[in-house]
Design a protein around this ligand. Structure first.
Ligand code: RRO
Length: 311
């Protein structure tokens, strides 16, 4: 089977990539992703300056997924912008994604201006859904703030822009958010970020799993797959066709990739399973996806992408 994925005018060898925050903090990790079967990569969400993030332990693998409250640790925008600018000079490197997550709207706009004025020719992702900065709400749960943010962003930003969204849970939320997003020339949405503020409890020790925020943290992995698929599909049903969708959440195997694509995702991202397995996970996922396609007689992603059946 041919796993080539199209995304606007970009082509990737596979529809697979890392989820921002996982295995994308350092140039070494990013280089390892480029050497893997991932079709492209996204950098760790950046702030203007270096951030140490929350106290450790701040990430735990769990039997059914993961919980994290990293708190936006990152090397600062210049580090990631330097990396993608260097790589875009290499014709063997695919188009890359650069993620930003300011602590305030002003910081987001400042970073978008910096990127706009740079030579970066890849895709920029504005993370509106970090659940883990103590005292800071997830922007995209505040619809008025989201609309203001997008209006201000598109006033100064003239390159392809996507937004990373938190999971929504009510169909009226999808209606409202899609109506806002459809007013702007977004390149794509990425859905979902982790399900914010879950609480894992270890009954033997009677304790939580991570240190920040008294144990509350974003859930990933198998816990979130049905929520992720619902968000991909609900947005595919509501967004302008020009807005692409990256499906993120709960991918453990090739069938999960297939399900995301069937629900309407154009690309998929892997977080928790990448954390568990490292970049070799993409070799397995690509092989498993190809096996499923071959068994079904599908030759290319377009043969089934977005073609979910209802009863
Ligand atoms: O760094 C984090 O704690 C973090 C971020 Br910015 C995010 O968007 N999603 C997440 O689960 N963790």
């Amino acid at each position: 089977a041919d796993l080539t994925a199209s995304f606007h005018d970009h082509t990737f060898q596979t529809p697979l990539m890392n989820a921002s925050g996982v295995y994308c903090y350092t140039t070494e990790e990013l280089d390892n992703l480029l050497a893997s079967k991932a079709g492209t990569l996204v950098t760790k969400s950046a702030t203007i300056n270096y951030r140490a993030g929350n106290p450790e332990p701040r990430y735990r693998n769990l039997a059914l997924g993961s919980i994290n409250s990293m708190g936006l640790p990152n090397e600062g925008l210049a580090y990631y912008l330097d990396y993608v600018l260097k790589k875009q000079a290499d014709p063997t490197v695919p188009t890359l994604f650069l993620s930003v997550a300011g602590i305030s709207m002003a910081e987001d706009l400042d970073m978008l201006s910096t990127i706009d004025q740079s030579d970066f020719n890849g895709l920029t992702e504005l993370n509106l859904s970090c659940p883990n900065v103590p005292g800071k709400p997830q922007v995209a749960y505040d619809f008025e703030a989201t609309e203001k943010m997008l209006a201000a962003a598109f006033e100064r930003f003239h390159k392809p822009l996507g937004v990373k969204l938190p999971p929504y849970f009510d169909l009226t939320q999808f209606d409202i958010v899609a109506q806002i997003l459809n007013q702007y020339p977004l390149a794509y949405i990425n859905t979902i970020n982790s399900i914010g503020n879950g609480l894992y409890i270890d009954v033997d020790s009677e304790t939580v799993a991570i240190k920040p925020k008294g144990g509350f943290g974003g859930l990933g992995g198998a816990y979130v797959l049905p929520t992720a698929l619902a968000n991909v599909h609900a947005f595919r049903q509501r967004l302008n066709p020009e807005i692409a969708i990256i499906g993120t959440g709960g991918i453990e195997n090739g069938a999960d990739v297939f399900a995301h694509l069937l629900a309407g995702a154009d690309l998929v991202q892997v977080g928790t399973q990448l954390m568990k397995d490292g970049p070799d996970v993409f070799t397995r996922l690509a092989a498993e996806l190809a096996d499923i396609m071959n068994a079904k007689g599908y030759h290319k992603l377009a043969d089934f992408k977005g073609k979910l059946k209802t009863l």
